[in-house]
Design a protein around this ligand. Sequence first.
Ligand SMILES: [Zn+2]
Length: 65
Amino acid sequence: MYEGKVTVTLEKNGSIILIKEVPAHICDVCEHYYLDEKTTEEVLKRGSEGLLKGAELEVMKLKVA
Ligand SMILES: [Zn+2]
């Protein structure tokens, strides 16, 4: 596992939200990634903001405070 940044894709009700630069733990073998709890919360929060706008496709960068 190594630390890196990934793009998380959320899809709901026909909307696609891409959240870039999400800090993650990435598996060396299969490149599956794991987000810690705080990051997951932030991703879901940003994602639901995007969904509320009703955009078909929303691309954003994650800013972790
Ligand atoms: Zn793996």
